[in-house]
Design a protein around this ligand. Structure first.
Ligand code: ADP
Ligand code: ADP
Length: 230
């Protein structure tokens, strides 16, 4: 099934700039793809539409079968909180909280009690290879460990989709490679993942690449289905 579908999706900002121009993009369950393009090409705009953070000016965006334009802000944030995990270049971890507490906060609005949240957070941290870092604060972690903590937080609620915006942008190449391996593992376990990146090596390592230039999308080369494709 399709988890994200854009049909002639267009986003024109106040002021008249069209950042996304009749974009067509279908992402199926189990895919792992890179979205590549230079600064200002429309990547963040595309990510905001795919993540239900914004609505198209015209055209259609469907996320998990929901027509994004038809849902209220409340329903949209419910869809987002339940089914979509976000990972950013800058990690956005709370500095005074431990890794475990940061990850547990990813479950705050999921009707799970305090100890249940901590159990699930510990499990997610073990899944990203940080079972030995539960009580460390961000400043006690390496950059790669911080990003893996942020990824644990993004997946602790078991989202269907993970959207990652330059997840290796702040990392050295070894830590970046570890983060890419982790995203591949999560994908192999069934999570659909879209990665925005400038990093050609990262993009080349993923099964599908979509290029964006001046708000226009095109598929790059042949599409290879990832291992988790049903
Ligand atoms: P990228 O993420 O590839 O750098 P963006 O989606 O951020 O691209 O931006 C695409 C274009 O839209 C750029 O010209 C940018 O300046 C413009 N843009 C992005 N967000 C806004 C906004 N909120 N208001 C007006 N213009 C915007
Ligand atoms: P990125 O590296 O993700 O492209 P940017 O620096 O382009 O980040 O944009 C950062 C934020 O500012 C985004 O939320 C984007 O939508 C917004 N933005 C970008 N360009 C403009 C603009 N011309 N006017 C208003 N907001 C903008």
């Amino acid at each position: 099934p399709e988890v994200i579908a854009l049909r002639a999706a267009t986003k024109t900002y106040a002021g008249g700039l069209t950042a996304l121009d009749h974009a067509d993009l279908t992402i199926r369950q189990g895919e792992l793809l890179a979205i590549v393009g230079p600064s200002g090409s429309g990547k963040s705009t595309l990510l905001n539409l795919m993540g239900t953070l914004d609505r198209p000016t015209s055209g259609r965006v469907e996320v998990l079968g929901h027509d994004v334009a038809a849902l209220s802000d409340r329903r949209l944030s419910a869809v987002r909180a339940r089914w979509i995990g976000f990972v950013f270049q800058q990690f956005f971890l709370a500095p005074h909280l431990t890794a475990l507490e940061n990850v547990a906060n990813g479950l705050l609005y999921h009707g799970i009690g305090h100890s249940g949240r901590r159990d699930r957070a510990a499990e997610a941290l073990r899944r990203v290879g940080l079972g030995h870092r539960l009580d460390h604060r961000p400043h006690e972690l390496s950059g790669g460990e911080r990003q893996r903590t942020a990824i644990a937080r993004a997946v602790v609620a078991r989202p269907r989709i993970v959207l990652a915006d330059e997840p290796t942008g702040a990392l050295d190449s070894a830590s970046g490679a570890a983060v890419v391996d982790l995203l591949r593992d999560l994908n192999a376990q069934g999570t659909t993942i879209a990665v925005i990146t400038h990093d050609q090596a990262l993009a080349a390592a993923l099964p599908r690449r979509v290029r964006i230039l001046d708000g226009r999308i095109r598929e790059d080369g042949r599409t290879v289905l990832s291992a988790a494709q049903p």
